[in-house]
Design a protein around this ligand. Sequence first.
Ligand SMILES: [Zn+2]
Ligand SMILES: [Zn+2]
Length: 229
Amino acid sequence: MILACDLVVQNGWRELRPADPRVIELSSLLQRMPLHPPAVRGLKFRNPNGVARKTVDLVTSHPGYDGKRTKGGKIDREVLHDFLTRPEEMQAVAREIRAGIEDGSFERLPETLDADSGDAVEASEGRLLARRYFARERNPRLREKKINAFVKQHGRVFCEVCGFDFEATYGTRGASYIECHHAVPLHMSGETTTRLRDLVLLCANCHRMIHRGSTWLTPAELLAIVRTE
Ligand SMILES: [Zn+2]
Ligand SMILES: [Zn+2]
């Protein structure tokens, strides 16, 4: 729905026809999504007709539309509302979802990435974004680069917020253990490249505290509330 609405926005809030190349492209993209495996869906699943019909629902749900409205669903209206109230963020979400389908990162991820982050990501776009977000944090190549750069500078790894050193506490079992946090939320960065300086090394506790609740903290905000006494 987010991708269909994004298309409608790009088309100046006008519906698109099934033969439109952008509709055909979106249809094939949606058919590649792992959320509904081919085995459990119908032959017409997300076909160009369905996608085009969705653009009609979205257009006629727009508050400024004065023609006859089609019977769109609750999700249509919610997504439409989100696009009207925070267009840039929603466009960034759409880009991330697209990128996630294209690079297969939704497929590689387990259903629940972080049991405790559920409350932080109630909205469906939030769940998809969070998947992309955590996938980025777990990108082994980026992790390795970040950790190598950090070790080069500090000689060892430790939490950048509280200073916790897993090896100092757990001995060899904790040696070189650290979690990698991406400090710029996807919809804020709005881009698919992650710079090393956007990554922060955190202990498991600090990392969990950053992602807890409906608003994720920045490392600096967490640092400000950590009680050191
Ligand atoms: Zn910490
Ligand atoms: Zn994180």
